[in-house]
Design a protein around this ligand. Structure first.
Ligand code: SAH
Length: 234
């Protein structure tokens, strides 16, 4: 079934969003089948960058327009939010974008070892309770997953205005042995780091409220022989 943009706009009832997503050419319905084969979907061997928790997709789509020789995959757990990304791509089709509706903890089932060239985390959910620390996207548990799917030497970039989450993320990256070539507690005051900064929806919202934006870039440790085994954690 083909649904045009205006049909999506009429889909007030968000329970319809799953059906729209299932029918969308922009969304990969069976991402596990693509493990190790994402380059076939894009029809080239360009680098693959992934944004986890892409929200409505502004950052992802602005990147894809700016860098047509990079393939972008957006992951979002909520259909109602992902739908907004699909609507944007209906209006402005881009061959270097694919979206996945899924919970990020399954990421190692969807990408093969070393298949990914960069991961972006933007304004990830803070999960403030200690007992939920493992759910935070920059936690050591998630870093171990990223380490499996990233090529050696490639990076994770993280932006947030939540200082507690950022402090946690910096500690987790150090504990997991990742290098941190970039770490700022006020991105928008750093002229050099702001060059080429592509703003996210949350970044615009929170910086306009006066909140400083924190950002780190961490690089994957080069220890390919000793990758943590996610299926049998010790
Ligand atoms: N990156 C966007 C949205 C930030 S809000 C921006 O900066 O504007 C965080 C988004 O991440 C939400 O849409 C939420 O649904 C999604 N998200 C949070 N945890 C997730 C997870 N574990 N897996 C997939 N998506 C997740």
């Amino acid at each position: 079934m083909e649904l045009c943009y205006y049909t999506y706009m009429r889909l007030r009832n968000i329970t319809g969003s799953r059906e729209v997503i299932a029918d969308s050419k922009w969304c990969m319905e069976t991402p596990r089948d693509m493990s190790g084969k994402w380059h076939e979907l894009f029809g080239n061997d360009h680098p693959v960058y992934v944004e986890i928790g892409m929200g409505k997709g502004r950052f992802l789509i602005d990147n894809a327009r700016t860098y047509p020789d990079i393939n972008y995959i957006g992951i979002e757990k909520y259909s109602s939010v992902l739908l907004r990304g699909i609507q944007k791509l209906e209006e402005e089709p881009m061959e270097n974008v694919s979206l996945i509706r899924m919970e990020a903890e399954y990421i190692t089932e969807v990408f093969a070892e070393g298949e990914i060239d960069r991961i972006y985390l933007n304004f990830s959910d803070p999960w403030p309770k200690d007992r939920h620390a493992k759910r935070r996207l920059p936690s050591r548990e998630f870093l171990a997953r990223y380490e499996r799917i990233l090529k050696p030497g490639s990076v994770v970039e993280f932006k947030t205005d939540n200082r507690d989450l950022f402090d946690f993320a910096v500690e987790e990256a150090a504990a997991a042995g990742w290098d941190m070539p970039v770490c700022t507690y006020d991105l928008h005051a750093d002229e050099k780091l702001m060059q080429g900064n592509i703003i996210t929806e949350y970044e615009e919202k929170f910086s306009s409220m006066g909140n400083p934006i924190c950002k780190y870039v961490i690089s994957r440790p080069d220890r390919a022989d000793t990758l943590p085994d996610q299926t049998n954690p010790i």
